[in-house]
Design a protein around this ligand. Structure first.
Ligand SMILES: [Zn+2]
Length: 384
């Protein structure tokens, strides 16, 4: 009879830790961390550093960045494979005070609270996976754990940390939430724009004809955006916010429109960028374009090999076969894939509702996904 796979053992031991995992998720969700609140981000980073140190047996490096980030560099064991990077973020899209009306709670096998699914459960799973690996003493490559605090606003400071960690890495594993359990093998690239229009103010009653209406110009551009999108190749160009005017009886001298762009290829991102910069209203208002391409796309070829390896890892753990998904949302994995580093995303929580009221995590899946991550890291120890 062949010896049982030690990863089956590891999976069982993690299953027995479900209660502890949910308790840590409770602690993390109960520490609010909106991307725009330095004090709360700082406090939550302290908490993650503490909990992580307890599980990993070594302190995090507090990376000097604004907002703060944490990094652990864990040495490899019996493997000279290239390092594996685990990407996490501790910020959420939920403003301070959300917790008062929506505290952390668990009903049956669902845990809910602001940021539980995106992506505090992923942090918990990553730390427990690494602790289980250390306890099992299985061969593994060096592992870098990075926890940033500005992912939800496009990683203005985190991007450089993510790219530095990925340099020379053999693989990047992103602990963002799964898509209904599916791993994310393709993410569209993201562009964020503001179109600022300038017209000329005039009294709306006395001499409106002397004005140049920036709001009318904005309306024209909003309708033109649809012509820049290309559904056939999955390119979306969506107006999301707008402001205009200064008073009810004044022809507006200014208006602004925020535009969210998603595209599957760099070429499409550039085509849309050019088209947005060429927009010109017919009434003489002028346009200034702010923002631009933010995250490049995570193209499927960056993830295909790792997905196959994850399938193998799931089977070694005795877990059900994995599925894969292509999604519109970007993550820090887009940056690492663009550097040519194999990147697999969606390895975090199973559940639903990212950025939506009521987002939840399936608690029974937390140990399973931690085991999957651990097994995938073991599989990667055989690669150089
Ligand atoms: Zn996220």
């Amino acid at each position: 009879m062949p010896a049982p796979d030690p990863l089956v053992d590891l999976t069982a031991r993690l299953a027995a830790q479900q209660h502890d995992m949910v308790a840590m998720l409770d602690a993390l969700v109960s520490s609010e961390s909106p991307s725009d609140d330095p004090a709360l981000l700082d406090r939550t980073a302290d908490l993650v550093a503490d909990l992580g140190e307890r599980l990993l047996g070594r302190p995090a490096e507090r990376v000097a960045s604004d907002p703060p980030a944490l990094r652990w560099d864990l040495p490899g064991v019996r493997s000279d494979a290239a390092p594996v990077v685990l990407l996490n973020h501790l910020d959420t899209v939920w403003p301070a005070g959300t917790l008062a009306r929506w505290p952390f709670s668990v009903t049956d096998d669902r845990a809910t609270g602001p940021g539980a699914f995106d992506m505090k459960a992923g942090i918990v799973q990553a730390l427990f996976a690494l602790a289980a690996l250390a306890a099992a003493d299985l061969p593994r490559p060096p592992v870098v754990v990075l926890v940033t605090a500005d992912e939800e606003i496009g990683s203005p400071a985190g991007r450089a940390l993510v790219e530095a960690a990925a340099e020379g890495a053999g693989a990047v594993l992103v602990l963002e939430a799964s898509a209904d359990g599916a791993l994310k093998v393709e993410r569209k690239g993201v562009g964020n724009y503001w179109l600022h229009l300038t017209g000329r103010a005039a009294h709306a009653g006395l001499e409106p004809e002397k004005g140049v209406n920036a709001l009318v110009a904005a309306a024209e551009l909003v309708l033109a955006l649809d012509g820049i999108a290309d559904a056939a190749v999955g390119t979306t160009v969506t107006p999301t916010l707008s402001t205009a005017g200064s008073a009810q009886n004044t022809v507006p001298a200014s208006a602004s429109i925020a535009v969210d762009v998603r595209a599957a290829t760099v070429a499409e991102q550039e085509r849309v960028d050019d088209a947005l910069r060429a927009l010109l209203p017919s009434n003489g208002a002028t346009v200034e374009v702010a923002g631009g391409i933010n995250r490049p796309p995570l193209e499927e070829r960056a993830a295909a090999d790792l997905f196959a390896l994850a399938q193998q890892a799931a089977s070694r753990c005795g877990l059900p076969a994995l599925t894969s998904a292509r999604v519109g949302g970007g993550s820090d994995g887009n940056f690492t894939a663009a550097l040519g580093v194999p990147t697999l995303d969606g390895l975090g929580a199973v559940g639903a509702g990212a950025h939506a009221e009521g987002e939840y995590v399936v608690t029974t899946a937390m140990p399973q996904r931690a085991a999957l991550l651990a097994a995938l890291i073991v599989e990667l120890s055989r690669r150089t």
